[in-house]
Write a protein that binds this ligand. Structure first.
Ligand code: PEP
Ligand code: MN
Length: 348
């Protein structure tokens, strides 16, 4: 960490900062230039709050030069992380898997039909929520474990992997037999107790960016899971809340290359929640792949107009089929490919 002092900083102010840093257990190297003093703090600085140091008397600016997320940082695995699922599908490599399915699991008929549709279009994963974080307590809250059982059956019937959202610690154990990947939703990105528990399981976790979270906060949240020993974390950009109202959220495509630079973890784009509008989903999905996303998660329903949640942002099956074709072309243009045909069997 570098502390740049103001030109008029007094010796007393400089000494008091050195003292504070030393008390925190770091070594301080001082450089006194013609007009300005620079303090370089070396050691366990990741736990220091740089905002606190910025406010101290005589300080001009404070900069971190090492990342506060040790395990999520690119330096931990410069070559990047590739996560392999039970059926051999990988994420983080050259091949891009597509995750698709309804916002909510609604019935056996619905989940089987959509599983067939997304499989035929080229998806590797069936997505579907059984525990739904809804803004209103009166809105549909999800089918729970019976819904997950149906999703597992449908995923197995069509050779798909299954991904679903976990909202609380008590759901982790009961979900384990039915899913291949946990999803942590935007609203739970900073549910640190949940993240810590997910660090103990040996199943991949897709961690969505919080509605108002910075990229650094997303990476720090992933650090909770990694620190528990679960290194199979996938990050997800799903849009953030801004002053723009035309779209449900503002899809931060730039987060994709930023995360690729800062972290070794795979990053997935979610254009459905990123825009909230069916007509904008294909463009943002294409943009995600062009920007370097390792996967796409998209909402698809046999009849979106009848969907119990997120219908407005959900693609019709034929729109999804068309989109996958476009993504194949874009992937090729950036030296990647979309999975041609996912292996047909899974064994959770
Ligand atoms: C979802 O995937 O349906 C969902 C609720 O997503 P998010 O947490 O991004 O809002
Ligand atoms: Mn949804």
């Amino acid at each position: 960490m570098i502390v740049a002092m103001q030109e008029l900083a007094t010796e007393e102010q400089i000494d008091s900062i050195i003292e504070k840093l030393v008390e925190a257990g770091v070594n301080v190297h001082r450089t006194t230039g013609a007009t300005q003093t620079i303090l370089a703090a070396v050691g366990p600085t990741s736990t220091l709050d740089i905002e606190e140091y910025k406010l101290l008397a005589g300080v001009l600016s404070v900069h971190r030069i090492s990342s506060p997320y040790k395990l999520a940082g690119r330096a931990f695995r410069p070559e990047g992380t590739i996560i392999e699922f039970n059926n051999g599908v990988k994420i983080g490599g050259d091949e891009i898997p597509i995750m698709a399915g309804p916002c909510s699991i609604e019935s056996r008929e619905q989940i089987f039909l959509v599983a067939q549709q997304v499989k035929e279009a080229g998806a590797c994963f069936l997505r579907g929520g059984a525990f739904k974080p809804r803004s209103s307590p009166y809105a549909f809250q999800g089918m729970g474990i019976p819904g997950l059982k149906l999703m597992r059956e449908a995923a197995d019937a069509f050779g798909l992997l299954a991904i679903s959202e976990v909202m609380e610690i008590a759901q982790i154990e009961p979900m384990l037999p039915y899913i291949d990947c946990f999803q942590v939703g935007a609203r739970n990105m900073q549910n640190f107790n949940l993240l810590r528990e997910l660090g103990k399981v040996r199943k991949p976790v897709l961690l969505k960016r919080g509605i108002a979270a910075t990229i650094e906060e997303l990476l720090l949240s992933s650090e909770y899971i990694l620190a528990g020993g679960n290194y199979d974390v996938i990050l997800c950009e799903r849009g953030i809340r801004t002053y723009e109202t035309y779209t449900r959220n503002t899809m931060d495509i730039s987060a994709i290359p930023v995360i690729k630079k800062l972290s070794h973890l795979p990053i997935v784009g979610d254009p459905s929640h990123g825009t909230g509008r069916r007509d904008m989903v294909p463009a943002m999905a294409r943009a995600s792949v062009a920007a370097g996303a390792d996967g796409i998660i998209v909402e698809v329903h046999p009849n979106p107009d009848k969907a119990v949640s997120d219908g407005a942002q959900t693609l019709f099956p034929d729109q999804f089929t068309k989109l996958v074709g476009e993504l194949r072309l874009i992937a090729q243009a950036v030296g990647r490919s979309v999975y041609a045909n996912a292996p047909a069997t899974t064994n959770v």
